[in-house]
Design a binder for this molecule. Structure first.
Ligand SMILES: [Zn+2]
Length: 162
């Protein structure tokens, strides 16, 4: 993300020396804040197995999820994304963890929920290439997304009955 010009007056922006905001316009004093964008994901359990997806045109295996739309809660976003990507209606069981991350030079915060399938048959949606239903251990081996792996590793460290 690159704030080069003030969107109020067009003046060139300089990074702020103040820790509370990121850029300040020296001409009109408008302050700019750079905050991370949330990305939601879920460990989606279908019985005792996990549903994982691969992205289109990439050999990247991750957890179902995506960006939050304006006006949506994180919970609504993950329910919508999972339905779009996997054809599964989920029920959120718990919040698992969140991880700050960078993707394409954007600051994100990856928010991971634990969910169970309420309804539907698993089927790869338009946004995904393939879908797999695997045991947590096999899913861990298959996942390539760094934070998806981290989240599952964390969940496995909490689970006592694997
Ligand atoms: Zn300005």
């Amino acid at each position: 993300m690159d704030f080069t010009f003030c969107s109020h007056c067009g003046n060139t922006l300089e990074p702020s020396q103040d820790q509370e905001w990121d850029f300040e316009c020296s001409k009109c004093n408008q302050r700019y804040y750079i905050n991370p964008t949330p990305v939601v994901a879920a460990l989606v359990f279908l019985d005792d197995k996990l549903v994982i997806v691969s992205s289109k045109n990439k050999d990247l295996w991750g957890l179902p999820g995506g960006y939050v739309s304006i006006g949506e809660s994180l919970e609504e976003a993950i329910i919508r994304e999972v339905l779009e990507e996997t054809n599964l209606q989920i029920r959120i069981i718990d919040f698992l963890a969140s991880y700050p991350m960078m993707k394409n030079e954007r600051n994100l915060v990856f928010v991971v929920f634990i969910a169970e399938v309420d309804d539907g048959e698993p089927r790869a949606g338009d946004d995904v290439d393939e879908l797999l239903v695997l045991t947590p251990k096999d899913a861990y081996e298959q996942l390539t997304g760094k934070f998806a792996k981290k989240a599952l590793e964390y969940w496995m460290s909490l689970a006592t009955d694997l």
